[in-house]
Ligand binder design. Structure first.
Ligand code: NAD
Length: 248
């Protein structure tokens, strides 16, 4: 058995226009896999739309219609769906007592938790049709530990880790594996920025991840090389979660 996805496989990726999602699309395309790329940012998505082997859908993963339409697009275009990467996410610091905090937190929950819940529900019939498949959700080390001020993000990413475990149990008999990647600090629009050099000193590997290093983990979990892996959280964080934070 090949340890990669077959070249005629079709994979749906959300949050595909930037960062980890974009790097995942690039790795899959290099392997000959065909992709449905979903993102809220239609402008950034247009760049991907020009590539051979990609069809795009601009939409919000927090809406059921986006998830259903993306799966339909995969089946219409490629005749099948073998893998799903539910990667779109949003975050930010929220002062607890800010009058807008509840609405902002609800939006974070909608994208980071409701999005994967809807994505799993939409994809399962097509994955069953293909005789099984793999779902990978991008969670975060922020779902394993907390950071000051990011309570809504922390809560959403913790919840999605257990959503993944529960879905893995419920769909194991159908041959659908469900796993999470938990990235640490990663150099993307969401994760990088001016404080990077200082923050990187707290990471045992002393640097941020490149988006491609997260995409490699996602690709592994999608592939037959991970055929016995389900319900797992693959932490890709340069040792951050293993550390007490007392690095010299
Ligand atoms: P990014 O900002 O580069 O990419 C995120 C993409 O998701 C963007 O293209 C954005 O338009 C899209 N998106 C956001 N909300 C959406 C929605 N509602 N519907 C559809 N698309 C939407 O950031 P990234 O770092 O590549 O983030 C990818 C995932 O990785 C997220 O789930 C994030 O929480 C997670 N993550 C990132 C880091 C990090 O340090 N960068 C660490 C841990 C986890």
């Amino acid at each position: 058995m090949s340890q990669d996805l077959t070249a005629d496989a079709a994979v749906l990726v959300t949050g595909a226009a930037s960062g980890i999602g974009r790097a995942t699309v690039e790795l899959l395309l290099a392997q000959g896999v065909r992709v449905v790329a979903v993102d809220l940012d239609g402008g950034a998505l247009a760049e991907l739309g020009g590539l051979a082997g990609v069809v795009t859908l601009a939409g919000d993963v927090a809406e059921e219609g986006t998830n259903r339409a993306a799966v339909e697009l995969a089946v219409e275009t490629y005749g099948r769906l073998d893998g799903v990467v539910l990667n779109a996410g949003t975050g930010g610091t929220l002062p607890w007592e800010d009058p807008r905090a509840v609405a902002a937190a609800e939006r974070i929950f909608a994208v980071n938790l409701r999005g994967p819940m809807l994505g799993i529900r939409a994809a399962v019939p097509a994955l069953r049709q293909a005789g099984g498949g793999a779902i990978v959700v991008t969670a975060s080390v922020a779902g394993l530990r907390a950071d000051p001020g990011t309570w809504a993000y922390n809560a959403s990413k913790s919840a999605v880790l257990n959503l993944v475990r529960a879905a893995a149990l419920d769909y194991a008999a159908a041959g659908i594996r469900v796993n999470a990647v938990a990235p640490g600090l990663t150099r993307t629009r969401m994760g990088g920025g001016p404080g990077e050099r200082r923050t990187a000193r707290r990471v045992p590997l002393r640097r941020y991840a490149e988006p491609r290093e997260q995409a490699e983990a996602i690709r592994f979990l999608l592939s037959p090389a991970a055929s016995y892996v389900t319900g797992a959280t693959l932490v890709v964080d340069g040792g951050l979660d293993a550390s007490l934070g007392l690095l010299p």
